[in-house]
Write a protein of this length. Structure first.
Length: 393
């Protein structure tokens, strides 16, 4: 019996020994501490008291809030009992003077304590310290349209957040106004611009996201329709701008601008671009760039075809009525056959013109209003021809 008790005792001790690392590991996973301080850089690093801090975790592609607290009189905050699992990334947020701030994302490695400081600023409605450090404009020719991409490096050189002063919509103040050519279409906000915060204007669009001290990148693109071998590109300058560079394909296109100077070419045989450049542009100024030698014959050919079809269709109707009168004396059977052939040819020409017009619209080669009017006119002709065809049977 004593031997049995000794065996049971030994087994229990062994099981406890095996379980101890598991228990210890579980305790270690929730032993992390995340602390930090909210620092007001406008006020020389003074701590901000009494504002709410929210802590988030990001793991396995999912984000979730795991805690809230408020800063103490010194602006400090702390979260206890945080998992130190290396797969988890943490970050914190706060809101000060209606501006939202985010800490850098960070994860536990070998340390048990993480520091997530938050830098905040006072706000201003004056854009005195807002500049465009760099403004690059890239031009490409695609089909019958110019494809333009603009890259701006916007810099807040002050120690306050610029929140704008012109209210465009409830809760949305304009911080950056972008002007576009009146022919601009297919506008895409690629980087630094979120559609929800963008408000369209008659001249282009406006961004309503606050501009914090430091630099931010803004990238967007659009297409421009042109007719003929020449085009004048006008661009308003929204901010005091240190440098503007304009890049265009080195394919025999002649480009002229009184505000920008030719600075040579870049690239290799696979793709060469010429560069125009200028410095120190005041806010509200404008650059004008003239293009000559643009490829436009394809565009012109389509418009000629569409125009000729409309003219000939009208003449075709008159021709069919004249022929109908001539054939009436010779008998209905003789008149109907050439009339059917004539009408069928007209209908085919109209359908082809509609297809060409649709293709022109998709490539940005015609503005929406003119496209709508021309298509409606062609559809009307097609219905008239179809009606005439039915009567001829």
């Amino acid at each position: 019996m004593k031997r049995i008790y000794n065996s049971i005792y030994t087994t229990v001790i062994l099981l406890l020994f095996l379980l101890l690392p598991v228990v210890s590991m579980a305790e270690d996973l929730s032993s992390g501490i995340i602390k930090g301080r909210v620092i007001n850089n406008t006020l020389d690093g003074k701590g901000v008291r009494g504002i709410e801090i929210i802590l988030y975790e990001f793991v396995d592609g999912k984000e979730s809030e795991i805690g809230r607290t408020k800063t103490d009189p010194a602006g400090s905050f702390s979260f206890q009992g945080i998992s130190v699992d290396k797969k988890i990334v943490y970050y914190s947020t706060t809101k000060y003077k209606e501006v939202e701030y985010f800490s850098q994302p960070i994860g536990f490695e070998d340390k048990k304590t993480l520091t997530l400081d938050l830098i905040v600023y006072e706000t201003t409605g004056q854009d005195t310290d807002i500049y465009a450090k760099m403004h690059h404009i890239f031009l490409e020719i695609k089909g019958d349209s110019l494809w333009i991409k603009e890259l701006m490096i916007v810099e807040n050189r002050g120690d306050m957040v610029y929140v704008g002063h012109n209210m465009l919509e409830p809760g949305k103040k304009e911080t950056l106004r972008i002007s576009l050519p009146k022919e601009a279409a297919n506008i895409k906000y690629i980087d630094g611009l979120m559609p929800y915060y963008v408000v369209k204007t008659e001249q282009g669009f406006s961004d309503t996201i606050d501009i914090k001290p430091g630099m931010k990148k803004i990238l967007f693109s659009y297409t421009v329709d042109y007719r003929g071998p020449g085009y004048q590109f006008k661009k308003g300058i929204p901010l005091k701008t240190d440098n503007i560079d304009f890049f265009f394909p080195d394919k025999g296109i002649k480009v002229k601008s009184n505000q920008l100077e030719f600075k040579g070419t870049l690239g290799d045989s696979a793709g060469r671009f010429s560069r125009l450049s200028g410095k120190n542009f005041p806010k509200g100024s404008q650059i004008v760039i003239e293009f000559h030698g643009l490829p436009w014959m394809k565009n012109l050919f389509k418009w000629v075809i569409i125009g000729l079809v409309i003219v000939l269709i009208g003449a075709g109707f008159a021709f069919s009525f004249i022929k109908r009168g001539q054939y009436q004396d010779e008998g209905e059977g003789q008149a109907s056959r050439p009339n059917k052939i004539n009408l069928s040819g007209q209908k085919q020409a109209v359908l082809q013109a509609i297809a060409e017009l649709d293709d022109l619209s998709e490539s940005g080669g015609v503005d929406s209003e003119e496209y709508r009017m021309k298509r409606a006119e062609l559809l009307k002709k097609a219905k008239e021809i179809t009606k005439q065809l039915k009567l001829s049977f």
